[in-house]
Design a protein around this ligand. Structure first.
Ligand SMILES: N[C@@H](CCC(=O)N[C@@H](CS)C(=O)NCC(=O)O)C(=O)O
Length: 211
C-alpha cells in the first residue's frame, strides 16, 4: 500500500494541519512541494481546481479541503482517535474547525501573516500595515473565542488532542511568533500554555516547517 501524498508547501498552515493529522496517526507520508505560485499552474489545478493547497492522495483516492483530509486520515487509519465520542466535545471540535475556516485563517493568515511575512519574502513587497491593522480585531476575537470555548480542557475540545487542535495550532503558533501577536496573546496565557504543550508533541516536531 502506497504512502499518502500531501501536495503543497510545508509552510502553508493548511498543509501543516494535514501533515499533523498523519503524524498523530503514525502514518508515514510523502510531501510533494508546490512552490508559491505553482498552485495556480495546470499540474496543481488538476488536483485542486480552486488553486489552493493542500491536495491529498491515498491509494488512488484524491481529496482536497483540509477538513475533509484530516477527517479521512482519522477514519481511514488505526491509531488514537482524533475525534471525541462525546457529542458535546465533538460539536465543539467542529465549531472550532469552522472558526478556523471562516474567521481565523482569513484574519490571521490571509491578512496578518501574509502581509507581515509572505509578501515581503515571496513578492518583495512591504507589509500592508493598513490591512494588518484592519484584520487584528477579528484575529483577537478568534483568540478570545477559542480561549473561551476551550473551557478548562487540556486541549481545545477535550482532554486529548482532536482535529480542532491540529487545525488551529499552525495559525496560532505563527501568530504568536510575529510582533503583531504579542499583545493579543498577552491576554490569553491559557492559549500560550496550550501552544507550549502542542510544540512538544512529536507530530509537531516532525512536521514543523522552517519559516
Ligand atoms: N478551503 C481550503 C483552503 C486552503 C487554503 O486557503 N490554502 C492557502 C494556503 S494556507 C492557499 O492555498 N492559498 C493560495 C491562494 O489563495 O492563492 C482547504 O481547507 O484546504
Amino acid at each position: 500500500m502506497a504512502n499518502p501524498i500531501v501536495y503543497g508547501p510545508a509552510f502553508s498552515t493548511y498543509v501543516w494541519s494535514a501533515r499533523l493529522a498523519l503524524a498523530e496517526k503514525g502514518v508515514t507520508h510523502e510531501l510533494v512541494d508546490v512552490p508559491f505560485g505553482a498552485h495556480r499552474e495546470e499540474a496543481h489545478l488538476s488536483r485542486q481546481p480552486f488553486a489552493k493547497v493542500p491536495a491529498f492522495e491515498h491509494d488512488g483516492f484524491s481529496l482536497y479541503e483540509t477538513q475533509a483530509i484530516v477527517r479521512y486520515v482519522d477514519e481511514r487509519f488505526p491509531g488514537t482517535p482524533l475525534q471525541p465520542e462525546d457529542v458535546h466535545q465533538w460539536s465543539r471540535m467542529n465549531q472550532i474547525m469552522g472558526i478556523v475556516d471562516a474567521y481565523a485563517w482569513p484574519s490571521i493568515a490571509g491578512a496578518v501573516l501574509f502581509n507581515r511575512v509572505l509578501a515581503p519574502r515571496f513578492l518583495g513587497r512591504e507589509p500592508d500595515e493598513e490591512a494588518i491593522a484592519k484584520a487584528l480585531p477579528r484575529a483577537r476575537l478568534c483568540l478570545a473565542e477559542i480561549n473561551r470555548l476551550m473551557e478548562d480542557h487540556r486541549f481545545l475540545a477535550a482532554d486529548f488532542v482532536t482535529l480542532a487542535d491540529l487545525m488551529v495550532i499552525p495559525l496560532l503558533y505563527f501568530f504568536a511568533n510575529v510582533p503583531d501577536g504579542k499583545a493579543p496573546f498577552a491576554e490569553h496565557p491559557k492559549l500560550m500554555n496550550w501552544i507550549g504543550h502542542m510544540e512538544t508533541r512529536p507530530s509537531f516536531l516532525v512536521t514543523k516547517p522552517s519559516w
